[in-house]
Design a protein around this ligand. Structure first.
Ligand SMILES: Cc1cc2nc3c(=O)[nH]c(=O)nc-3n(C[C@H](O)[C@H](O)[C@H](O)COP(=O)(O)O)c2cc1C
Length: 191
C-alpha cells in the first residue's frame, strides 16, 4: 500500500532550515510514503469576502490537501507560535464553513529552530488548531529539532547517526499512523 503525503513548509524563505529538515525526512521515510509539496506562498490573506468565489490559488490549495492521504507539516516557530503564513493557509483550508479540507487527514507536525527548544511552543499552539480542524495528529514520537548546518546537509543527507536513526523512526511511526487512521472508515461511510 502506498500513501501520498502532502508536505507543507511553514516558511517561505529560500534558505529555510525547515525545508532542509523536510528533505531529510522525505529521504529517510519508508518506501510506502510518496511526497508532494503543498505550497502556501501564493495564498492571499484570508478574507471572508473572498469565500463566495474562492481565488484559484485557494481552490488549488484545498484540492491538494483533500487529495492527500496524509499531511506532514514542517514549520518554524515565530514568536512562540506558528508563522502567519501557515495560520493563513490553515484558515483557508478550513473554509467555507462545512468544507474543511483537513478533516480526518492523518497529520504529523514538527519543526526546526536554531534554539534549544526546537519549535516546541509553536507545536503546542498548532495542536490546538489542528485538533479543532479534526485532523488526527501523531502525538508520539514528537520532533523538536535544534538545527545544525553540520548535521543537516542541503540535499537532505543527515550527517549524524543518532539524528538519522531518530528521523527514520519518526517517519516509520508516521507511516504506521497514516495506515491506522485510514483503516478506520468515517461513520458516514460505513456500509
Ligand atoms: C519573526 C520571527 C520570529 C521568531 N521567533 C522565534 C521563536 O519564537 N522561537 C525560535 O526558536 N525561533 C524564532 N525565530 C528564529 C527562527 O527559528 C529562525 O529564523 C529559523 O531559521 C526560521 O525557520 P526557517 O529557516 O525555516 O524559515 C524567529 C524568527 C523570526 C523571523
Amino acid at each position: 500500500m502506498t500513501y501520498r503525503i502532502g508536505y507543507v513548509i511553514g516558511s517561505l524563505s529560500a534558505n529555510s532550515i525547515n525545508r532542509r529538515l523536510s528533505k531529510a525526512l522525505i529521504k529517510l521515510a519508508p518506501a510506502e510514503l510518496e511526497f508532494f509539496e503543498i505550497g502556501i506562498g501564493d495564498l492571499p490573506l484570508f478574507n471572508t469576502d473572498l469565500e463566495s468565489d474562492l481565488p484559484k490559488s485557494v481552490a488549488a490549495f484545498k484540492q491538494a490537501v483533500e487529495s492527500a492521504d496524509g499531511l506532514l507539516i514542517v514549520s518554524p516557530e515565530y514568536n512562540r507560535s506558528m508563522p502567519g503564513v501557515l495560520k493563513n493557509a490553515l484558515d483557508w483550508g478550513s473554509r467555507p464553513y462545512g468544507h474543511n479540507s483537513f478533516a480526518r487527514k492523518p497529520t504529523a507536525l514538527l519543526g526546526a529552530s536554531p534554539g534549544g527548544i526546537g519549535t516546541a511552543v509553536m507545536q503546542s499552539a498548532m495542536r490546538t488548531v489542528l485538533g479543532f480542524l479534526d485532523a488526527p495528529q501523531m502525538t508520539s514520537p514528537e520532533g523538536y529539532i535544534t538545527f545544525s548546518a553540520e548535521v543537516y546537509g542541503e540535499d537532505g543527507t543527515v550527517h549524524n547517526d543518532g539524528t538519522r536513526e531518530f528521523l527514520s523512526h519518526y517517519m516509520a511511526e508516521y507511516a504506521a499512523f497514516v495506515a491506522r487512521v485510514l483503516a478506520v472508515a468515517a461513520p458516514g461511510h460505513i456500509g
